[in-house]
Design a protein around this ligand. Structure first.
Ligand code: HEM
Length: 479
């Protein structure tokens, strides 16, 4: 990607190039890109092919949802696919984050009590600071209940999986339902203070109501892998009405209102929020951010472990058993698990649970990749596809390879500043002034605790290649 001598340069800086790529013919260009993205190529190949074709990690393309029925959505984006260009998404002087979580598409606010939740607010909107501080406070106060709630619900989950395996003729079992029930009751308790076992209906169905509510928001933007053209025609062409899922959402909200009143009252008394704002933001944090995020990530952890043939499980189990005594998992003990923590960050690097990040240029500015500058105009939408950004060979050695101990030792700690799953650097601090995930530290710690708890209980776990079934689970001999 060398620029010719005639290319204009900023003083002492990189050569400035025109952003390559195009949006194609109106209507037809976005439609073809949509089919490539969802059907013929998939997101990974879609971005890789265009990066190769344009010989640039920064280029113009379209991203679904698009034509024919999403006519009011502008699918034009500037892709930013290396660590340096992607980092502009965190610079709140340069970019705006108003209603841009999923690009120009935004799910109806009727799904969230007619409220724009924190994630859709720009840092210049005063409600963002109120809500972000409220959510950071919820996490800080949940420190006392986080680990007891996590381990108690994990015990319930693994007991249920053990029992399913012992009853199964084939000796294997799918784990998705126990995992979802675990996540729902753990997070409801840790984040809202609500004990889901107080309501048999919520305890049994709460997770599936939230899952459907999540799905209806995301479906126009994600590939489900169902039969084509069925998926394109019925799932990616229009938005399903909110009333299909608000019944279940309202029941969970009623439950949180009753059982989580202490947390909700703090929103109104200490952070100046209205009762509705506290409630629907707490629901969003519970159902979308926390339940949705961990539901995307924990199965990845199990899949990597359950398909590993390199002896990684023994190494992790040894570290856990040498470092943490049985039943003594804590925030402090987990920080000492160097390999477990590194394994979690490597899983987050290669499989960022929220793969796409968007932002809108607040003003005209020059965006830089490793080798070029590009003029971006105010209002243009930047889109980073993290799975490729996190494979940037300028930063990570053997970028495509899963290296479990990559983040150990001094070099590893330095590399953490380039881990971006939280919409910010892993060495940054989420605050009211930025859009970094407030659970930047809670998510990796929770995943590390999940792994530690697993190896306190089992010697090994095996999954099928799809990662959806546990095919063998060997109890710890020392237990
Ligand atoms: C694996 C789990 C999680 C992942 C992958 C994740 C990822 C993210 C990402 C990528 C963003 C930025 C989105 C954007 O602006 O483009 C974000 C924001 C946010 N996350 Fe998380 N998150 C997770 C868990 C949680 C948890 C447990 C909470 C609970 C407190 C949480 C609360 C939030 C909130 C409130 C925001 C909006 C921040 C703001 O507006 O400034 N997330 N998260």
């Amino acid at each position: 990607m060398s620029a010719s001598d005639k290319t204009p340069r900023l003083p002492g800086q990189l050569p400035v190039r025109t952003i390559p790529g195009s949006y194609g013919w109106p209507v037809w260009g976005p439609f073809v890109d949509r089919l490539d993205y969802f059907w013929f190529e998939g997101a990974d190949t879609f971005f890789r092919k265009r990066m190769d074709k344009n010989k640039s990690s920064v280029f113009r393309t379209n991203i679904p949802p698009a034509f024919p029925f999403f006519t009011s959505i502008n699918p034009n984006i500037i892709a930013v696919l290396d660590v340096k260009s992607f980092s502009h998404l965190f610079d709140m002087e340069l970019v705006e984050k108003k209603d841009v979580l999923a690009g120009d598409y935004m799910p109806s606010t009727s799904l969230t009590g007619d409220i724009r939740t924190c994630i859709y607010l720009d840092t210049t909107e005063p409600r963002h600071a109120q809500l972000k501080n409220y959510i950071l406070d919820i996490l800080k106060r949940s420190r006392r209940t986080w680990i007891p709630s996590l381990t108690a619900n994990l015990d319930t989950m693994w007991n249920s999986i053990d029992s399913d395996i012992s009853k199964s003729k084939s000796g294997d079992t799918a784990f998705d339902v126990p995992l979802k029930k675990f996540l729902f009751s753990f997070l409801a308790r840790a984040l809202t203070g609500a004990d889901s076992s107080k309501s048999p209906e919520i305890s049994e169905k709460g997770y599936s109501w939230l899952e459907r509510w999540l799905l209806i928001q995301l479906v126009p933007t994600i590939k489900l892998g169902l039969c084509q053209p069925f998926e394109e025609i019925f799932l990616h062409s229009f938005v399903y009405p909110s009333f299909l899922v608000t019944g279940g959402y309202d029941k969970v909200a009623e439950f949180v209102k009753k059982e989580g009143s202490e947390v909700l009252n703090r929103g109104t008394t200490e952070f100046g929020l209205s009762a509705q704002d506290s409630l629907h933001n707490l629901m969003y944090v519970l159902g979308f951010n926390a339940f949705g995020g961990l539901l995307a990530f924990l199965p990845t952890i199990l899949k990597i472990l359950g398909n590993d043939k390199t002896g990684l499980q023994e190494k992790l189990a040894k570290e856990v058993r040498d470092t943490c005594k049985a039943d003594s998992l804590s925030f402090d003990s987990v920080t000492q698990l160097d390999l477990v923590n590194s394994f979690v960050f490597e899983a987050l690097r290669l499989n960022p649970p929220v793969p796409l990040q968007f932002a809108r240029a607040r003003k005209d500015f020059t965006l830089s990749s490793h080798d070029s500058g590009f003029e971006v105009k105010k209002g243009e939408v930047l889109c980073g596809y993290q799975p490729l950004v996190m494979r940037d060979g300028n930063v990570f050695d053997e970028p495509e390879k899963f290296v479990a101990d990559r983040f150990t030792k001094d070099k590893g700690t330095e590399l953490l500043s380039y881990v971006f799953w939280s919409n910010g650097s892993q060495t940054g601090s989420p605050s009211a002034d930025n859009k970094q995930c407030p659970a930047k530290d809670y998510v990796p710690v929770t995943a590390a605790l999940f792994v530690a708890h697993l190896f306190q209980r089992y010697d090994s776990i095996t999954l099928d290649s799809s990662g959806s079934k546990i095919t063998a689970l060997e109890k710890a001999k020392h237990a």
